[in-house]
Design a protein around this ligand. Structure first.
Ligand code: JHZ
Length: 395
């Protein structure tokens, strides 16, 4: 039984950064539901995957130095712990994880042609397709023993049909195989009020509790959970087939996470109603703050043209009249307009930050890094704005 608790209004495709406005910009209703049976939080209406993940997809993990380090460390950790011979990555993007493994026994799955081309050129066997049972069967024709490690980062929560996704994983895991995936944490989102984790690509926001329920019904079990700081708080979930001999007994971390979520009320619809009220308050606070800054002659810029900021700007009705432009380090996002809000996106090096009094952190998850890079802005009296965990100004 799915119950709606949040309406974030009409929204465009979160990563559809285009050069100029077009009349056929796509809009959909961004509403969020809670499933009483599994405790899964999902979008009420999904956007067709091909509309989001195609040859124009702009989010590139190689553009983020902290994420390159994150994936190198993750690859080393998983190699040391599981010593996999065969590795498959679902949603391999520009190859920042898989490049840490040799290409003889590694497979990439990536539906966005622009990124599939990159890992293909790096010598990895790349399937330019969406992950599903059919593809899993196809790969099994070549890798008959199955894969020792199936990994995915910020990808499984993009997959709308989780039952098909997990049975495809089960089908392709070798006997000693592990499935490891990481996505933003629902608990962290609820604690931090970071409603901007919700956008078209995130078909679901995962709790360990909901994953536990859905994996179990697909013949898989969680044996470990790690809490990560990336992307504003993520969980890394370790999964295997039950009854398969393995050194991986269920860890205390698994029980700790389930208990923390239970204590927070992750399985209780009331929790989501409280969150929805907080989101509404956040919107009012942000609009009031922007109004006050503009009234007193301030000028606002935004840093990081993120998927998250697409949700914030369109939910709050923020446009160029309030925030003059957005800077982003990704070349493909520069000299475009942001989805829906149409705020221009520019190269950081093309503007003087000191021309602005305030900088909104669209990439609040990189707050420390950005504050460190932009010390001069603060020294000259500049201030940052964030809405996480609440709307505030700081320097
Ligand atoms: P960042 C992406 O969301 C999309 P986004 C995706 N759907 C997903 O699931 C999540 O990640 C987890 C720029 N930047 O990582 C680079 C600067 O300009 O928060 C990026 O464009 N200056 C896969 O889009 C953006 O900000 C900087 O100093 O919300 C950050 O995007 C830094 C550090 C970043 O993900």
């Amino acid at each position: 039984m799915k119950k709606e608790f949040l309406d974030l209004g009409r929204q465009p495709i979160a990563n559809n950064f285009v050069e100029k406005w077009s009349e056929d910009e796509f809009w959909y209703d961004l509403k969020v539901v809670f499933d009483e049976d599994t405790s899964l939080v999902s979008l009420k209406d999904f956007v067709k995957p091909e509309m989001m993940f195609n040859e124009n997809y702009v989010y590139n993990t190689s553009q983020s130095t902290p994420m390159i380090k994150h994936f190198r460390e993750t690859a080393n950790k998983l190699s040391d712990r599981f010593n996999p011979l065969t590795v498959l990555e679902i949603g391999s993007n520009s190859g920042t994880f898989i490049e840490n493994f040799g290409n003889d026994y590694s497979v990439c799955v990536e539906p966005c042609d622009n990124f599939a081309k990159i890992t293909g050129e790096m010598g990895y066997n790349t399937y330019t397709e969406f992950w599903d049972t059919e593809l899993s069967n196809k790969i099994k024709n070549t890798f008959t023993e199955g894969m020792d490690l199936i990994y995915a980062a910020n990808c499984i929560c993009h997959i709308q049909d989780l039952d098909d996704c997990f049975s495809a994983v089960r089908n392709l895991l070798s006997d000693k195989g592990v499935f490891v995936f990481e996505d933003p944490s629902l608990l962290k989102m609820l604690e931090r009020g970071s409603y901007d984790q919700i956008y078209d690509e995130h078909a679901h926001i995962f709790s360990v509790t909901a994953l536990d329920n859905i994996l179990k019904r697909n013949g898989l079990m969680i044996f470990d959970v790690e809490n990560l700081s990336v992307h504003g708080g993520s969980n890394r979930i370790y999964v295997k087939k039950p009854n398969i001999p393995s050194d991986n007994t269920i860890t205390q971390n698994y029980y700790k996470n389930i208990k923390e979520e239970k204590d927070f009320g992750i399985d209780n619809f009331e929790t989501y109603k409280i969150f929805a009220k907080r989101v509404e308050d956040s919107r009012i606070d942000l609009l009031n703050l922007i109004y006050d800054i503009r009234e007193s002659g301030g000028k606002i810029i935004s840093i990081g043209a993120t998927s998250k900021s697409t949700t914030v700007f369109n939910y709050c009705g923020i446009n160029e009249a309030s925030i003059e432009c957005i800077t982003d380090t990704t070349p493909e996002k520069q000299n475009t307009i942001a989805p829906g809000s149409h705020i221009p996106v520019v190269d950081r090096d093309s503007i003087n930050l000191n021309d602005y009094t305030h900088a909104f952190l669209g990439a609040w998850n990189f707050k420390e890094l950005i504050a460190d890079k932009e010390r001069e802005f603060v020294e000259n009296g500049g201030k940052f704005i964030t809405h996480v965990p609440k709307v505030m100004v700081f320097s």
